[in-house]
Write a protein that binds this ligand. Structure first.
Ligand SMILES: O=C(O)CCC(=O)C(=O)O
Ligand SMILES: [Mn+2]
Length: 189
């Protein structure tokens, strides 16, 4: 991908490890469905989310107070840090309940992330398509984010590319996605 720095590792977790993380996060994470304002209207987000770590985060107009790290999320964070040689101080969890839950086109470009954020994304459960588009050059790329995979977006990726998880008509089960991020409290002020 031009003007991007993307690493993709399918089967990053052994499938029994991925199963165990899925089961316990599904049961234990502090899932909530939050409203979002879009074009002047308030609607519910088309997925559930949970936020853990050391910093509050303003995300699509919502300020999320973090829950403290759990041993399990610290375990997963340590594995992600070892794989990426990067550090993370927060994680956003998304739960897509079925094919009608989705994430629209966006960039992860909040100020607190800094200019060239490294974002590490772990997927568990049902496989979903993950799309990239480069609006200026009209380029597209697609990944199938399956159970236990790791996708890392770094460098200039967020500057030039948008990403999304589209809806699908296919009957499919739940998917959990975790995006590990480093938030700077300096920029957040
Ligand atoms: O679910 C995914 O794979 C993507 C999540 C995402 O883009 C985000 O949380 O910003
Ligand atoms: Mn994103």
């Amino acid at each position: 991908m031009p003007q991007a720095d993307v690493y993709w590792s399918p089967n990053w977790l052994a499938s029994n490890q991925a199963d165990a993380f899925f089961t316990s996060l599904r049961e234990q994470a502090a899932w909530q469905q939050l409203p979002i304002s879009m074009f002047g209207r308030t609607v519910m987000q088309p997925r559930l989310l949970a936020w853990y770590g050391d910093h509050a985060y303003t995300y699509s107009g919502l300020t999320l107070s973090p829950r403290p790290w759990t041993p399990e999320l610290l375990d997963l964070k340590a594995r992600v840090e070892a794989a990426t040689h990067a550090r993370f101080n927060t994680v956003l969890l998304n739960l897509y309940r079925d094919g009608s839950d989705y994430m629209g086109w966006h960039r992860d470009d909040e100020l607190e992330l800094g200019r060239q954020p490294t974002i590490a994304s772990v997927s568990l459960g049902a496989s979903r398509r993950f799309l990239f588009r480069h609006p200026k050059r009209q380029l597209k790329r697609e990944f199938l984010l399956d159970h236990g995979s790791l996708l890392v977006m770094a460098g200039e990726t967020q500057t030039h590319w948008q990403h999304s998880v589209p809806k699908t008509q296919k009957p499919l089960g739940e998917r959990i996605n975790l995006t590990f991020r480093w938030l700077n409290s300096e920029e957040a002020k």
